[in-house]
Design a protein around this ligand. Sequence first.
Ligand code: UD1
Length: 423
Amino acid sequence: MDRFLINGGKKLNGTVHISGSKNAALPILVATLLTDEKCVLRRVPNLRDVRTTLKILEYLGKKITYQNNTVTVEANGTLKNNLPYELVKQMRASFWVAGPLLTRFKQADIPLPGGCAIGVRPVDIHLKGFEKLGAVCDVKAGNVLLRAQRLQPAQIILRFPSVGATQNLLMCACLIPGETILENTAKEPEVDDVIAFLNKMGADIHTDDKGRLIVHGQTVLHGAEHTVVADRIETGSFVLAAAATRGDVTVADCVPEHNAILLSDLREAGFTLDVTDTSVHVHAYNGEIKPVRVRTAPYPGFATDLQAPWMTLMTLCTGTAEIDEDIFENRFMHAPELVRMGANIYTEKSVARVTGVQKLSAAHVQASDLRGGFALVMAGLCADGKTEVERIYHIDRGYENLEQKLTALGANIRRYNPDKDEF
Ligand code: UD1
């Protein structure tokens, strides 16, 4: 298994270009199941989760070409309406094919995604919504069986603004003639990008003045072309890595307003940022990093996906910073690894108290999820000496060309496989 070897203690310096958003690309790829016509998607990041999604589309009967970040999805015979566990277990977002398959075939069999490292992550909000739309949902032998004689439009109030459930229900509703109203939906930029793509396919989705999503279902959707929005989590990750290494970095080709809270928290911590419509320049800063309390929340709140990299920054603050993780119940697995690198962190339930230290120390650590893995890479970049991060397959799920991008910023990081490579 690949690892990262990092020789840390160097400030990042230069410009990094942000890739297309993983969390927008995945549901947009899934949305191509809503048509038999050709779809062309640009700025699709080359990542493990994207490749898994392409395998799923191929399994279901689509023909895929993927070159230079452009994916073409075309019909290739009749679509299947079921997925094997083998594919679902690789990525929880696989469950999102349920909405498109149900709406097209009135029947879909999808294995339950089950738990994952960052928490239980049930799909009850998806299923409640499908039931409102007229489906019967049964769980048998680990599979969700969705059946409907006829689907009907409905008014659905989500008990929590789940990103996945919002996208799944939108995809389902846009092929159900009539007016579906979705309330308390996720407002993440990735959801807006999915809506933009669905509307290009001929869907009719808009937000009303009460913030509800109004879907006027169609009988058929068409092929469409779309360029995926910039990845705000990759953007935030590089901004934080620049800050933590005390570097001077321009994060380019991004949408800074999607990271508004993060940028304001960073300014509060002491950093100077120059922000344009498409870039964030983090100025080199050698002063004290002030402790800033963050609480994760649905967008536009502080992104749970940036909580771990934020924690790494706060390990270097002067004083004690509190972090509340209110989205996922088990998302501090990076904390004990950071402690192994000299950090002072105390966690209790959903709260972490991080008391800053002068320096982190290099160590051999292990990633246990995607963003927590990035937090360890960040810590390795800050610590003097050699850090080895194991299980980077988690990180490969969500960061395109990470070591190349960091190397271009002056980091000393390389991928290494102890079974194949010379140390
Ligand atoms: C998406 C993102 C993930 C991000 C998360 C929250 C993708 C591929 N992943 O995940 O990176 O961290 O949003 O911003 O886009 N929940 C339920 N029942 C449900 C659905 C969700 O209880 O039916 C709970 C989850 O367990 C979790 C919370 O709601 O505690 C948020 O989950 P959700 O917004 O659905 O996250 P995902 O769409 O899985």
